[in-house]
Design a protein around this ligand. Structure first.
Ligand code: NAD
Ligand code: MG
Length: 375
């Protein structure tokens, strides 16, 4: 029997890669629901190709013919549809939170690319999974790598994770030049092809700070146990150091289709004829460098917000989302992103992140404050 899949954000980079994976595994999975924000044309053509029973469009009219949902509520409807077993959350940003919580409460597997929601509300996400019997399986390549290395081991066997970062387009730039970088320069990612927001996050290294917090919540490790190294080739996705000193790693050419497939089939492995197979000689030299704090000031801010806990990660995330939006629309220069985040965090109240209201209030007030700080 094939497993029903909902894809939230089907028109995005993760959504399209998920459909490319499912195309090769039609015997195992069927697409039950698709949602998108505003790309009606692509959503319509995906709906024509896959004939899901539910199609939802957040902003605008959804496809005629299938059961159609509109507005933000369509995300929860798609995520909790009775025919859905696995929800691939490929939404960008805080907008994905309620659907993740609802899917977990309804006992679904959430294949989570939407790391912002785990960063904002890690404790609520864990509570929703416990209450409803759902589970989170990471799609993020570094966390998928950790999960793959952990197979058959318990977290007690782990002393340290090392997540790799490509270093983004500004890895070798002087800090003064980075501060003035243009939108086009920030969107030139050296190894990964992704949506605009995460591409800017990879240039500031906010993405890696989000991933450190994501790892903390996914694997239950303390922050000193989650390290980061810059690895420009993006071939080693993460290292896992075990109590006896052994270090495991997962490798592959940068491509999201394997982590997506693994999130669908975990803990099983299935044969796949997908992306280019790894070839050590073609990969050539693999190099590793420390993160240079002066180049990536937002990285330390994100780690500190993670350590502070409570609503601080939600504040960090919302300040960053707002600052990135302002940068992408040309309202602020690149160097302001870290400054805005710092200004917001400095003035923010911190509360326990144990209720959805507290998290959403931290998110709202950080967005408001970020716009004030930006002026
Ligand atoms: P993207 O911009 O390409 O796609 C985002 C998708 O979310 C689109 O389908 C869009 O319709 C939908 N969306 C946007 N705003 C929405 C809203 N307010 N309500 C409902 N839907 C909305 O982004 P992406 O690169 O696919 O990234 C998606 C998520 O996956 C992000 O959290 C990102 O950090 C994470 N991620 C992406 C990659 C990658 O390779 N692209 C890798 C790891 C993690
Ligand atoms: Mg990643």
């Amino acid at each position: 029997m094939s497993l029903g899949v909902a894809i939230l954000g089907s028109t995005g980079s993760i959504g399209r890669s998920t459909l490319a994976v499912l195309e090769r595994h039609r015997d195992r999975f069927k697409v039950v629901a698709l949602t998108a924000h505003s790309n009606a044309e692509l959503l319509q053509s995906q709906a024509n190709a896959w004939r899901p029973v539910y199609v939802g469009m957040v902003n605008g009219a959804a496809e005629r013919g299938a059961v159609a949902g509109h507005g933000a509520g369509c995300l929860v409807e798609a995520a909790t549809h009775p025919d859905v077993r696995i929800v691939v959350n490929g939404i960008v940003g805080a907008a994905g939170l309620e659907a993740t919580l609802a899917a977990l409460q309804a006992g679904k597997r959430v294949a989570l690319a939407n790391k912002e929601t785990l960063v904002m509300a890690g404790e609520l996400v864990a509570a929703a999974a416990r209450a409803g019997g759902g589970e989170i399986v990471p799609v993020d390549s570094e966390h998928s790598a950790v999960l793959q290395c952990l197979a058959g081991k318990s977290v007690q066997d782990v002393t340290r994770l090392v997540l790799t970062a490509s270093g983004g387009p500004f890895r070798t730039w002087e800090p003064g030049r980075i501060a003035q970088a243009s939108v086009a320069e920030a969107l030139q990612h050296p190894t990964w092809k992704m949506g605009r927001k995460i591409t800017v996050d990879s240039a500031t290294l906010v993405n890696k700070a989000l991933e450190v917090i994501e790892a903390h919540f996914l694997f239950g490790l303390d922050f000193p146990q989650v390290d980061v190294v810059v690895h420009p080739q993006s071939v080693v996705h993460a290292f896992v150091e075990l109590v006896d000193g052994s270090v495991l790693a997962q490798l592959g050419f940068p491509n999201m289709e394997l982590p997506i497939l693994y999130a669908l089939t975990h803990p099983e492995r299935v044969a796949d004829s997908g992306p280019r197979r790894f070839d050590a000689l073609a990969a050539g030299a693999l190099t590793f460098e420390p993160v240079v704090p002066a180049r990536f000031p937002a990285y330390a801010l994100g780690r500190a917000a993670g350590v502070a806990g409570g609503t601080s990660p939600a504040t960090f995330n919302a300040a960053n989302e707002t600052a990135v939006e302002l940068f992408l629309t040309g309202a602020v220069r690149f160097g302001r992103i870290a400054e805005i985040i710092e200004g917001v965090l400095a003035g923010a109240e911190q509360h326990p992140a144990t209720s959805l209201d507290a998290v959403l209030e931290a998110d709202r007030s950080a967005r408001r404050r970020a716009r004030e700080v930006a002026c």
